[in-house]
Every structure is written in C-alpha cells, then in structure tokens.
Design a protein around this ligand. Structure first.
Ligand SMILES: Nc1ncnc2c1ncn2[C@@H]1O[C@H](COP(=O)(O)OP(=O)(O)O)[C@@H](O)[C@H]1O
Ligand SMILES: [Mg+2]
Length: 262
C-alpha cells in the first residue's frame, strides 16, 4: 500500500504540567478524508496547531511523504504543504473575493502594479473546480454565503500548495443546505486524489457521509480509530460520546428520573 501522505507518530503536547495530547498517532493517505472526532477539550485543536506549526510538540514525530518534519513556525508547516482552514477562515468580508484569495500573495507586474485580471480569473477558476461558480470575484466576500466562504478558503489553501488540508469544523456554523455544499466541496478535493484531508467535526452524520477513516480523541488520547468499513454505527456513536455507551447512559438517566419522581 502507498505510503501515507502524512504520518503522525506518538505526539505528546504538554502545557506546563497539563497533558493536552498523550501519544497521538494517525495516518492520512492522498485522496482520503480522515475525520478527527471528539468532545470539547479532547485535544483536536491542539493536534492541529502542532501540525500547523503553531505549537511545537513536547515529543513525537511528524512525517510528510516519509520525511520527518520539524515545524518551528506556521510558515514552516505551510511551506511543507500543510494548509489549515480555521473556523474564522481568515477572510475579510469587506474585501473582494479575489483580494481575499490572494491576500498577502498578490500577483504583481513591473512597478508593483497588481495583475487584477489574472487574479480574478484564477480565483474564479479555482473555486469553480471545487464547486462554486461565483461569477464575479470582484464582489465583496460579504455577498457570499457561509458555505461559499469555506470553499474560497479551501480553494485558496490548495492553490497555494496545500497537500494536507486541515478543516476545523467547516460545517458547524452553517445551515443544512450550506453544510451539504461544503461536504460536496470536500468530496471534489478528495476526488483529485493528491490531497490528504483531515476533517475535524462534532457531526457524526457529516463524518459518516465523507470520511474514509476515523480517529476519536478523548482527553488527549486516541480512544478508537478505524476505517469506514470496520466501524459499526453504534461503535461510532459510543466513541463520539467519549467512550460512553448511549444505552448505559439512557439507563442511568431513567434511574435518576425514577429516583427524582419518588
Ligand atoms: N495554550 C494552552 N495552554 C494551556 N492549556 C491549553 C492550551 N490550549 C489548549 N489547552 C487545553 O488542552 C485541552 C485540549 O484543548 P483543545 O485542543 O482546544 O480541545 P478541542 O479542540 O478538542 O476542544 C483543553 O483542556 C484545553 O484547556
Ligand atoms: Mg477545538
């Protein structure tokens, strides 16, 4: 089997005495969506910040295409092909779609003039490839829907060289229809076959719709992992709940209700 595009081995991250990540490992192959699930405080964001060069791990290793990486800054991670789309998207709604697409990486001609026509064309074409035909990228981002903004942030990350695309709760702030739009965008990126996607979500249904593999974190540790084919629905629900069996929990709740109504 082909080597994983990204291999994360035994990552530990301590904040002072507090252990936020305690030996987390996972692999993601090109053309695969790996869902990273877990309750609040599980360590999902910390793991992503380690991958994105924001935090340095206390110990553990990160390999990209088999080569060990040492990220000392977000710039290092980005240069190595880690593209992170955070929840706030780093998008300015007052600026045009194109200006947001190229923010800080504008194409310039002689004397520093902006090559606007070319940038408009690229922004349009790159978004179209993964699902939105936003005909006029000179418009302000404020005219785009939340789902379209996610697509803009994803298209931008890919255009600027992301091989590992990390999406932090990309569907959580959106309405139903827009959520489906973002999932479709993810499937188009997956279909390219050359990008590994790490999908952080609280939404069990979304993860089951698009993910090939799952890793469940609780209190900084991997409590379960597996491929779509070897995880039963009930098992996914149990792991989503941090390892709590929903049936057992329901019994306990019934008992509390019975006691309370005496
Ligand atoms: N910079 C930090 N300093 C101290 N503790 C932190 C820091 N960042 C995160 N933590 C702690 O690490 C744990 C995991 O947090 P986080 O990675 O944000 O979880 P998640 O994204 O899964 O909700 C939490 O208990 C959180 O309070
Ligand atoms: Mg988080």
């Amino acid at each position: 089997m082909a080597m994983p595009l990204i291999h994360i081995e035994n990552i530990v991250k301590k904040f002072g005495p507090f252990i936020a990540l305690n030996g987390v490992s996972l692999d993601v192959r090109a053309g695969e969506v790996h869902a990273l699930l877990g309750d609040n405080g599980a360590g999902k964001s910390t793991l992503i910040k380690v991958l994105a060069g924001v935090h340095q791990p206390t110990s553990g290793k990160i390999f990209i295409e088999g080569k060990e990486m040492h990220f000392r800054s977000p710039r290092d991670a980005s240069d190595a092909g880690i593209g992170t789309v955070y929840q706030d998207l780093a998008i300015n709604p007052l600026m045009s779609v194109t200006r947001n697409f190229f923010m800080g990486r504008e194409l310039k001609g002689p004397f520093g003039t902006l090559r606007m026509d070319e940038m408009n064309q690229i922004a349009h074409d790159e978004m179209l490839k993964i699902g939105i035909d936003f005909s006029d990228p000179t418009q302000a981002v404020g005219t785009m829907s939340g789902g379209q903004r996610q697509t803009l942030a994803i298209a931008r990350a890919i255009y600027f060289g992301a091989k590992v695309l990390i999406l932090d709760e990309p569907t959580s702030a959106l309405g139903q229809k827009q959520q489906m739009g973002v999932l479709k965008t993810m499937m188009r990126v997956r279909a390219r076959g050359d990008i590994a996607i790490i999908f952080i979500t609280h939404n069990e249904i979304h993860s089951q719709l698009v993910a090939d593999r799952f890793t469940f974190l609780a209190l900084g540790e991997v409590i379960g992992s597996g491929s779509k084919d070897d995880l039963e629905h009930d098992e996914i629900r149990r792991l989503m709940a941090g390892g709590v069996d929903i049936g057992d929990l329901a019994k306990e709740i019934d008992q509390v209700m019975a006691e309370a109504s005496v």
